[in-house]
Design a protein. Structure first.
Length: 508
């Protein structure tokens, strides 16, 4: 049978585990017309889950997202099982129990003895290897990963992950089923972090590295991430939401799974905060404090008054915006004797850019060229005059933008975050862990980035991203900044980052 035909013929799915993930999976399957057998090690939890799912259908009906008849019919498709190993027939079993390898192995070994050969098995594991779970089966070809994201009804992405011995046609069959229930599938390999959690390491680990270098506060990094890069949440807000008892072990697991690859290196910052119990929202304190669930954020400092000191810059567009705001500007190859100099380098620090251009370092500040109409980043190096910094801050604020003042360093803030995001996904593409299209789709849907990382890198420019990484690598000596071969080749050959290009398999 063709995968699409199998997906259309699926009439009954068994969901084992009635936690938030299991309930979400059951909710979308029943809404799609599929009978759902709900089971749990605690039978009383099944009754509670059915009630909760029915309440969700009623809520959707009250908002006009489904009719009352549809809500009633979907609730009627929820079947309670007293035993996860009940012999009642089904087409697919989806496991959503606790994230413990031995628990999952024991469950699937028991299911293999209880379910007919035609029943397909899927695990919703988020961090364990599908192949490792499948070792409990006499026939591991029946099992694949089907990784939903929380909350399932709202997070439309599903990772479909074949294990080393998964039947060849099973992933495509599950992909067709995911589409049938209204979600978007991507195919990922059975590697640490799969696709989304691996891709997400770029932003998280680099933001922690920036914090470790004392370049900016968590609030400042988050503001830049939101207002300059367009992320829905800054990295520190995100870690507080997911909680460090989830985030830090995930970082360590992926780092260990790739045998200590420096680009995935965790931070001692999160280890110490985890041990201190500063987990985030759920404990009331993380990188931020929370009162009644509301984040407490220190207000931004007020910009100084504008002076009549002229401003020179190596960026003509920046000078134009300053002039339009009534700031006195100087144009020409070099700043005058009293002018403030604003440099806008990619990859390099303002200090190194000033020295390279033989500018007076005491009058030079950096402005991140990735600054937007909402926010710009001003960088301060140790040799600059304090009055120069305050005058530069006032001049930038006169344009109507928020100004974040941070310590000077190679790559500034936004460039480093973006380069890490793009480079991490380039490594995923280089290793053929997912297709460029699936990488961009997965990251956009699951992580809420404004665009896919490869598409994003293509928009900013592969050569520019490469410049940032090479400058960081040169300045720090840290191998975490080594550029992906995928990025280097495409920058050198003028090829798009988000396309595979010609492969050996295309000509054999």
């Amino acid at each position: 049978m063709l995968p699409g035909e199998w997906a259309e013929r699926v009439s009954t799915v068994r969901v084992i585990g009635t936690g938030v993930m299991g309930r979400g999976i059951a909710q979308i399957c029943a809404a799609a017309g599929i009978t759902v057998q709900l089971a749990d090690a605690r039978p009383e939890a099944v009754t509670t889950a059915v009630t909760e799912i029915g309440r969700m259908y009623d809520k959707l009906a009250s908002k006009g997202r489904m009719s009352a008849e549809q809500a009633e019919a979907a609730t009627g498709r929820l079947v309670q099982l007293a035993d996860p190993l009940d012999p009642a027939d089904c087409d697919l079993v989806v496991e959503a129990v606790r994230e413990d390898l031995q628990t999952k192995r024991e469950l699937f070994a028991a299911l293999e003895g209880a379910c007919p050969q035609h029943v397909v098995f899927a695990t919703n594991t988020s961090s364990l290897q599908v192949t490792s779970i499948a070792t409990a089966l006499q026939d591991p070809s029946r099992l694949a990963g089907l990784h939903f994201f929380n909350p399932v009804p709202l997070m439309r992405l599903v990772e479909v992950i074949p294990g080393a011995r998964t039947a060849e046609d099973l992933p495509e069959a599950l992909i067709a089923l995911v589409r049938r229930v209204g979600h978007t599938p991507v195919r990922a390999t059975d590697t640490p972090g799969f696709l989304v959690n691996h891709a997400g390491r770029g932003l998280i680990t680099e933001s922690l590295q920036i914090l470790a270098e004392d370049l900016a506060t968590p609030e400042d990094v988050d503001r830049i991430a939101r207002d300059v890069l367009g992320l829905r949440m800054g990295p520190f807000e995100l870690m507080d939401l997911t909680a460090l008892d989830v985030t830090h072990p995930a970082m360590e697991s992926i780092f260990a799974g790739y045998y200590g690859d420096p680009r995935l290196r965790p931070s001692p910052i999160t280890r110490s905060r985890l041990e201190a119990g500063l987990l985030g929202r759920k404990t009331g304190e993380g990188f931020y404090r929370y009162e009644d669930g509301a984040k407490q954020e220190r207000p931004e400092p007020v910009a100084p008054e504008l002076t009549d000191r002229p401003v020179w810059s190596d960026d003509a567009a920046l000078l134009d915006s300053l002039a339009e705001a009534g700031v006195p500007v100087e144009r020409g190859d070099d700043p005058g004797e009293s002018a403030i100099a604003l440099v806008t380098p990619y990859g390099h620090s303002a200090a190194s850019a000033a020295l390279s251009a033989r500018l007076p370092v005491d009058r030079v500040c950096g402005v991140d060229p990735l600054s937007t109409s909402e926010r710009c980043t001003l960088t301060v190096h140790p040799a600059v005059d304090r009055d120069v910094v305050r005058a530069a801050w006032a001049a930038l604020a006169a344009t109507g933008r928020a100004v974040t003042v941070v310590r000077d360093g190679p790559g500034m803030i936004a460039q480093r975050l973006l380069a890490a995001i793009v480079n991490t996904s380039c490594f995923i593409a280089e290793q053929r862990l997912a297709t460029p299209e699936d990488i961009d789709t997965a990251v956009r849907l699951a992580l809420g980035y404004p665009r896919g990382p490869l598409e994003w890198g293509e928009q900013v420019g592969a050569r520019r991203i490469l410049t940032v990484l090479r400058a960081l690598h040169s300045a720090t000596g840290d191998p975490r900044y080594r550029p992906s071969r995928w990025l280097v080749e495409r920058a050198d050959l003028g090829l798009p980052l988000d396309e595979t290009g010609t492969a050996v398999t295309d000509v054999l």
